[in-house]
Design a protein around this ligand. Structure first.
Ligand code: FES
Length: 196
């Protein structure tokens, strides 16, 4: 679902500067997309149009690259990412219940909604993140939260929100985060991956 209120205002001069610095043939597609996404956290349509209009990269090439790699996003995202693993081990261990609990705390009512209306968090379903013995697991940023039940996921999000000064939709953010007796969050690696 497109949330117009979260769409970025693109600075055309900035996009032209990236083109001038990075290049304008098809080999520049990935670094240009990375520059755009670093600035806006997703790939605004306006910025994509500017690249197509000012380089030899065609729209189908640019969108082909943008949709091939999992790192690129075509819709506005929140200030923080929550990745919910839906790989086999996590699926068997209750990833759907975790997913439902997160959707509830972010007040995501439409089936295709993924970003809280206040722009705080975006949730994303991901394939196996490589720590199946900890299933079901989610990441907030790069921190992994293992062996989750739905209520745990909600508490960890509340705690995170409190820590970074974010409000959660509705009344959810007013509750105390509380503590959960779980393994400590762990770091994960960033990689350039094609979509599953
Ligand atoms: S299936 Fe979730 S970490 Fe592997």
């Amino acid at each position: 679902m497109s949330n117009k209120s979260l769409e970025a205002t693109v600075d055309p001069e900035l996009v032209r500067k990236w083109i001038s610095d990075i290049g304008s043939d098809s080999t520049a597609a990935v670094p240009l997309l990375q520059a755009i996404q670093t600035e806006y956290r997703y790939l605004p349509r306006t910025a994509m149009d500017l690249v197509v209009g000012n380089t030899s990269i065609t729209a189908s090439q640019l969108y082909g690259v943008a949709t091939f790699y999992a790192q690129f996003r075509l819709r506005p995202v929140g200030r923080h990412m929550i990745k919910v693993c839906h790989g086999t081990a996590c699926h068997v261990s209750g990833a759907d219940r975790v997913d439902t609990a997160i959707r509830q705390i972010l007040d995501l009512r439409e089936p295709d909604a993924d970003t809280a209306a206040n722009g705080s968090y975006t949730m994303e379903k991901v394939a196996c993140i490589g720590c199946c013995s900890l299933a079901p697991v989610m990441l907030i940023g790069e921190e992994a939260f293992p062996h989750l039940k739905g209520a745990d996921a909600q508490r960890f999000i509340q705690k995170h929100a409190k820590g970074v000064g974010e409000a959660l939709p509705g009344d959810a953010g007013k509750n105390d985060a509380g503590d959960a007796a779980h393994d400590k969050p762990g770091k994960t690696k960033k990689t350039m991956e094609a979509r599953p």
